[in-house]
Structure formats: structure tokens, C-alpha cells
Design a protein around this ligand. Structure first.
Ligand code: CA
Length: 500
């Protein structure tokens, strides 16, 4: 029998606090725990060193609001109704924060929310309206709107530390929603000159001709030379409008020499794509450096208050991001830089040794994970699988055989990325652009940059048929739209890949 003290410890340990730091548009390429090419992120990396790094974690609908709805519900977009950024989240449905509340947790969300309707299932909330602002941002609260002075990442971090300081007694779940590094990339006061002398390595596909990709890859409005805005995105000869006089003065002083350097480099090289790529990475990675600092402050606070022993700390983004791959910024596609998403989980007390999980996992799996960590049985209607077994270092855990993806927002009036349904297996990726009737098939073991479409030749008929069968099996199992299933079945049949 357990002693009283041991029983109390077990009880405490079995109901850990959970702090999820959830950034917006942070690709794995910009986290040194995943690869040190672009930036050093020592604070985020610490979570990987003391926990588990998920190397094949995916967002099933790689877009901000749908990803957030799937996080809360543990369901795919076609089930929770949040298919695109223009929808409004139905907050009356079952979410994991509501179930945590029912189990005795105190819950809070601070920062980016982006679901239009007000948060439900959170005891405390203070969220940015819509996309929010980097400088002097407004926050919505249960009692009205407040405008804060300063830089959004720092303001959110301070609010988080304040909230943590008020917790006592109950276990808690805290969702820290960072705005950064979302477009339009405005660095914080301490990061304005960071990387100003760096030349970043270009990705292998920066100067691609998209030869074997879908026709939509050639027309999508995500190119660093054609579509990114010089002023509002790259911040060249630009001052963010919400700044006060002091902020403007500091910004101009830091940016003026860099703007001159941008124009000089462009004049000397005539290379708009390469010049924009460098400037884009500077601004984007400055926003990331601010996030890394915030992670360090939150971790440091938990450590100081001796909360790390009984707190699970998660770092994730709502999806990945193109950092020049295919000459693109933004997300949306099922290609790795976009659907592939960082996920680091430091279990309460830390892991005995750092671990990397290469099994396929998705953002749908997070809600059941949090519930299981809190000792709550995930409802059957949730479509994901708890990742908790990966955290204990136990062997014998197998992941999914395929991850299913579906992107809907082709008509946002801006990017014009195509709709698709897709699966990735450990080795292959199959994408069907159903409005274009075009297929892509990649062998990720040979083609990490996804430049060689093997749909028409390059794989055997049985491999192709097996992938189509898997795509359709996922659509059936996940209760996809029957009309769409019929459309995919008919398209597969036309090319002789529909049956076993
Ligand atoms: Ca996002």
C-alpha cells in the first residue's frame, strides 16, 4: 500500500499542470533542435533536450484558424466545422479545455486565439482580436477591450507570468498563443538589428521551375519575388503605423542602414528573389528570436517556482511555414515545410533522456493527449490518438500508418493555393488536387524536397494503387464528405488506381 505521502505525490503527479506554448507559423526549419542551419533557439531546444521531439508531426489542414479548432476539439475540420479562416468557430461543441474544467482544472488562454467567437472552456482569457497587432496591441477580455503599450510577444509573456503567479491549489492548463512569427513580420525592440550582417543559406528549391509539380504551384501567389510586399511585409522603407513617437524613432534608427543595404544589394546583384529571401529571413527569424526569449522566461519562471516537477511544457506551432522553399513564404500546401509542424513535449519532471519520435503524429492527437495526461478518458468522438505513451520512454508504441490532410481555402482572394486531399505515409506522400483533377506522388525517402512527382511514372502500379486505397480508407474512416469520396473514387478509377 502507498504511504499517505506517496499517495499524495502520486495524486499530484497524475494530475500535472500543462503549459502549451503555441506560436503561429513557426516552421521546423527555424528551430535549431530540428536543424541548426538558420537560427539558434536555445530556449526552445531545452524542451527537446529534456523531453521528446516529434519529427513527423503534421497539421492536417495547414492554416491558422482550422488548426486551432482541431487543437481544441481533437477533430478534423470537416467534423468541427472550421474549414477555413473565414469561418466562425462553434464554441458550443465539446473541447478538451471544457473536459479539463469538469475534471477540476483551471484553464486559461492568453494571446493569439483567431477563432472569431469568444473563447469557451477557459476560466480566464485575454486574447488578441483577429490576427492581433505586433505593436501596442489590443486584447479582448471577458470584461471588454484593453490596449497595451509595447511589443506583443513581451506583453503576452508578462500576462502569462502574472497569471501563473496567481495559481494555487488546482491543477491548471494554460494555452500561450503567440502571434509571432506570423506575417507581417515586425521584430521586437531588442531584435531589430539581429542578423543584419548574416547571409542565410538558400534552400535547395528557392530557384525551382516547379517542372513536375501541379499547375497550381506555378500560379500560387506566395512568391518572394512577385507577391511579397516590399513595405508591409519586408518592412523596407516602412514604419509600422501603430507605433508611438519613441517606438518610431528607435525603429527608424535601427532600420535605416538596413534599408540602404537592401537597395544596395539589389542594385549590385539584380537578384530580387535572393535579396528578398535574405530580408524575409532576417525579419521572420527576428520574430522567432523573440519567441525563443519568451519560452526561456516562461521556463525560468516555472523553474523558480519549483513547478517544473509537476508541469508538462509543450512547444508547438499551428502549422509549418515556407522559408524560401519553392520560392515561397506562407503555408497552406501539404508539402513538408507547411504541413510538417514542430512539436516538443517536456514531460513533468523532464525525460530521463532526450528522445526523437519518428512515428507519424498530428495536431488532432493533442486534445486526447492532454486529457490522458490529466487522467481524463478522451471521448470516443475525438478522432486523434493520445501521444502520452510516447512521453514515458516506453517501447512498443506504434504510430499511424498514414496522416490524412484536407485543405479548403482556395478562394481567399490573396494566395490562391489549391484545395486538396492527401495522405502521407512513412515513405510516400499522395496529394489529389480535386478541383484541378491533378495528382502528386512523392517518395520522401529519395526526394526530401518533393520535387519529383512520381504519379505518372516512377512507382509501380501496386504502390500507387495502395496509396490511393489508403487515402480513400482514411476518408471513409474519418467520415469525410460522401460526395468528395465519390469524386476521388471516380478520379482514381479513371487512371486505373481505384481498386486493389
Ligand atoms: Ca498559422
Amino acid at each position: 500500500m502507498l504511504s499517505l505521502a506517496a499517495a499524495a505525490l502520486f495524486q499530484a503527479k497524475s494530475r500535472p499542470n500543462i503549459v502549451m506554448i503555441f506560436s503561429d507559423d513557426h516552421g521546423r526549419q527555424a528551430i535549431s533542435a530540428y536543424g541548426p542551419k538558420l537560427i539558434s533557439t536555445p530556449e526552445i531546444d531545452r524542451l527537446a533536450r529534456e523531453g521528446v521531439r516529434f519529427d513527423r508531426h503534421y497539421t492536417t489542414n495547414p492554416l491558422c484558424a482550422p488548426s486551432r479548432a482541431s487543437l481544441l476539439t481533437g477533430k478534423y475540420s470537416h467534423v468541427n466545422g472550421m474549414k477555413d479562416n473565414a469561418s466562425t468557430f462553434d464554441g458550443s461543441q465539446e473541447t478538451f479545455p471544457k473536459l479539463l474544467q469538469a475534471a477540476g482544472y483551471r484553464t486559461a488562454v492568453i494571446g493569439k486565439w483567431h477563432l472569431v467567437s469568444n473563447p469557451t472552456g477557459f476560466n480566464d482569457w485575454e486574447v488578441l482580436p483577429g490576427q492581433g497587432d505586433y505593436y501596442n496591441p489590443a486584447f479582448l477580455t471577458p470584461t471588454g477591450k484593453v490596449v497595451e503599450h509595447g511589443y506583443v510577444t513581451e506583453i503576452i509573456t508578462n500576462k502569462v507570468l502574472n497569471w501563473l503567479g496567481q495559481q494555487k491549489g488546482k491543477p491548471f492548463f494554460l494555452l500561450v498563443g503567440h502571434k509571432a512569427p506570423h506575417r507581417n513580420w515586425m521584430p521586437g525592440p531588442r531584435q531589430m538589428t539581429l542578423f543584419s550582417d548574416r547571409i542565410f543559406p538558400e534552400p535547395a528549391t528557392l530557384r525551382t521551375d516547379y517542372a513536375s509539380l501541379t499547375t497550381a504551384a506555378k500560379t500560387v501567389k506566395m512568391r518572394l519575388d512577385k507577391n511579397i510586399r516590399l513595405a508591409e511585409d519586408l518592412m523596407v522603407d516602412y514604419v509600422p503605423p501603430r507605433m508611438d513617437a519613441n517606438q518610431r524613432a528607435a525603429w527608424k534608427k535601427a532600420m535605416a542602414p538596413q534599408d540602404a543595404a537592401y537597395h544596395r544589394r539589389l542594385a549590385e546583384t539584380g537578384d530580387l528573389l535572393g535579396t528578398n529571401y535574405q530580408r524575409y529571413l532576417q525579419e521572420y527569424l527576428r520574430c522567432v528570436a523573440g519567441i525563443d526569449e519568451s519560452v526561456g522566461q516562461i521556463y525560468g519562471y516555472l523553474k523558480k517556482k519549483k513547478l517544473l516537477e509537476n508541469t508538462v511544457v509543450i512547444y508547438a506551432s499551428d502549422q509549418g511555414f515556407f522559408l524560401g522553399e519553392n520560392a515561397w513564404y506562407d503555408k497552406r500546401w501539404f508539402y513538408e515545410p507547411s504541413s510538417g509542424t514542430p512539436l516538443l513535449i517536456r514531460p513533468a519532471g523532464g525525460a530521463k533522456a532526450a528522445r526523437a519520435v519518428t512515428s507519424l503524429t498530428t495536431n488532432i492527437d493533442l486534445a486526447p493527449t492532454f486529457l490522458e495526461l490529466a487522467g481524463v478518458t478522451p471521448p470516443k468522438a475525438m478522432q486523434g490518438n493520445s501521444l502520452a505513451p510516447f512521453l514515458g520512454g516506453r517501447g512498443g508504441v506504434t504510430g499511424k500508418s498514414a496522416v490524412y490532410g484536407h485543405f479548403y481555402e482556395s478562394d481567399d482572394g490573396d494566395h490562391q493555393a489549391p484545395k486538396y486531399v492527401a495522405i502521407t505515409t512513412e515513405r510516400h506522400k499522395l496529394i489529389y488536387y480535386y478541383e484541378l483533377n491533378e495528382w502528386e506522388l512523392f517518395d520522401l525517402s529519395q526526394d526530401t524536397h518533393e520535387t519529383r512527382n512520381l504519379w505518372l511514372s516512377g512507382v509501380t502500379r501496386p504502390v500507387r494503387a495502395e496509396l490511393v486505397r489508403k487515402l480513400l480508407a482514411n476518408m471513409h474512416q474519418l467520415k469525410e464528405d460522401p460526395d468528395l469520396i465519390r469524386q476521388v473514387e471516380a478520379a482514381a478509377k479513371r487512371v486505373g488506381a481505384g481498386s486493389k
